[in-house]
Design a protein around this ligand. Structure first.
Ligand SMILES: [Ca+2]
Ligand SMILES: [Ca+2]
Ligand SMILES: [Ca+2]
Length: 135
């Protein structure tokens, strides 16, 4: 049944991407909790959690393709949710917060020099990514 739902989405040709900002903030330093000008993994996760909440419009702790498609940012766009479903670890057609956080393009990728914090150019790169959105 859920599989059929996914197949239906594909059949409908929902192959576009959502490029509007869907993150909770466009400046990652909004989440610099201790104000030291750098972003730790924990601070980064706070941004991801808020982004998840922003996507979960009905507040049931799962994000669905329908929710992503209903976002103001997806207005007039052909939104596939493909990237969202790539995060659907157990294939039930919904993305839980745990799935979202574990699959989120992450901190490790942003932390280019692997020093455990995001700073300088790393922050600029993250902000560029946030401005683009990712669904
Ligand atoms: Ca910090
Ligand atoms: Ca939801
Ligand atoms: Ca799931």
């Amino acid at each position: 049944m859920r599989t059929r739902y996914l197949v239906a989405l594909c059949t409908l040709g929902l192959t576009g991407g959502l490029s509007g900002p869907v993150f909770a903030a466009s400046d990652v330093l909004t989440y610099d909790g201790n104000g030291d000008g750098t972003i730790t993994r924990a601070e980064f996760q706070a941004l991801q959690k808020d982004s998840f909440k922003a996507l979960d419009t009905d507040g049931n702790d799962f994000v669905t393709v329908a929710e992503v498609q209903a976002l103001p940012a997806s207005d007039g766009r052909n939104v596939t949710g493909k990237r969202l479903l790539a995060r659907d670890g157990n294939g039930d057609g919904m993305v839980s917060e745990a799935e979202f956080l574990s699959q989120a393009p992450g901190f490790d990728r942003a932390d280019r020099n692997n020093d455990g914090v995001l700073a300088g150019n790393e922050l600029a790169r993250v902000n560029k990514f946030l401005a683009k959105g990712s669904f």
